[in-house]
Ligand binder design. Sequence first.
Ligand code: NDP
Length: 331
Amino acid sequence: NRQITYAKVPDGTPTLDCFALVENAVPDLQEGQVLVANRFLSVDPYIRMRMERRDSYAPVMTVGSTMVGRTAGEVIDSRCLDLPVGTHVVGRLGWQDYSVATPSELERIDTAKAPMNAYLGALGSTGITAWVGLTQFGRPQAGETVLVSAAAGAVGSVVGQLAKRLGCRAVGIAGGAEKCAFVRREYRFDACVDYKAPDFAEQLAAAAGEGYDVYFDNVGGPIFDAVLPLMRLFGRIPVCGLVSQYNATEPYGVKNLREVFNKRLTLRGFVLSDHKDLWPQAVAELQAAYGDGSLVHRDTITDGLENAPQAFIDMLAGASVGKQLVRISAG
Ligand code: NDP
C-alpha cells in the first residue's frame, strides 16, 4: 500500500520534499471494516492550511502522518454486511492506494447517476460548499449580479452555475484569458474577468453593471480590495477561502475596508463542516441541477498517486481548471 506522508512544514510555497512516498502492508480487516481501493484523490487548497505550524479552523497535520484528503473508490474486501464488495464510496481516506474504513467514515455514491469523479467535485463537498455559501450567506435574488473569484476552479465554477440557475447574472474572476474563456464557454457565466490583465480594475467595473450584489470570495488579497468599491449597497460577501494567501509569508493588509461601512456590506466567513444539517438539501439540489443539465462537472486529472504532491503544488498555483483530482488506479 503506497502512501504519501507529510514530511516537512513548507516555508511559503510547498516543495516536493514536504512529502514522502512510503510503502506499508495493507492491514488485515477486523469485523465491521471494509477495504477500499481508492480510485480518485481530491487535492484541495485547505490542505495547505493543515501544513502549518499553527492550527487554522482545522488542526495542523502531524509530520510523518498520511496526507489527509477525500477519495472516491470501491470496496474490494468486506467484513461488513452493509457494504458489500463492489460498493462505490467516498470518504476522507487519505493519500494512499488502499484504506481500511468503517461505514460511519464512508458515504455511498451512485455511479449510475454520475461518474465517480463528479462525487469529489460538483456533486461532493466542493459543490456543497458552493451551495451553502451562496444560498445561506450570499442569499441572491433573481435579477441580481453574483461575482465569484477562482471562477474556473472547483467551488467557484459551481457558484456561478447555481447563481445562473437562480436567475442571477454570474460574473467570474480567473487568471488568464484562456481560463476566462473556459468559464464563459463551459460554465456559461455571463462574463469573466482576467485578474492578471493590466486593465483588470476597469474590466471588473465594466462587468459590474449597477454593481455586485454578492461577492463569493475564494481568494482574498488584492482582488478583495478591487471588488469592495464595486459592491452595491447592502451587498453580501460570503468568505469561503483566501487561496491567494495560503502560501504567503506576510499577511495581506486590506485597504478598502471603509467600503464595508459605507455600503453596509455583510461579510461572512463560513466553513462547510459547521453546516452538516444542510448537506442533504444541498446534495439534493446539486443532483437535480446536474440531472437537468444546469450544473456541469469538469476536472483536471493527474495520473498516479506518486504525482499527487506536484498536482497539489500546481493546483495552488492555478494550473488546473475545474476540480483537481489524482487518478490512483485505473479501476
Ligand atoms: P480551486 O479549484 O479554485 O483551485 C485554486 C484556484 O485558486 C487556482 O486554480 C487559482 O485560479 C486560484 N488562485 C491561486 N492563487 C491565486 C491568487 N494569488 N489570486 C487569485 N486566485 C488564485 O480550489 P477549490 O475550488 O477547491 O477552493 C476554492 C476556495 O474555496 C479556496 O479558498 C478553498 O480554501 C475554499 N474552500 C472553502 C471551504 C469552506 O468550507 N469554507 C471548503 C472548500 C474549499 P486562477 O488560475 O484563476 O488564479
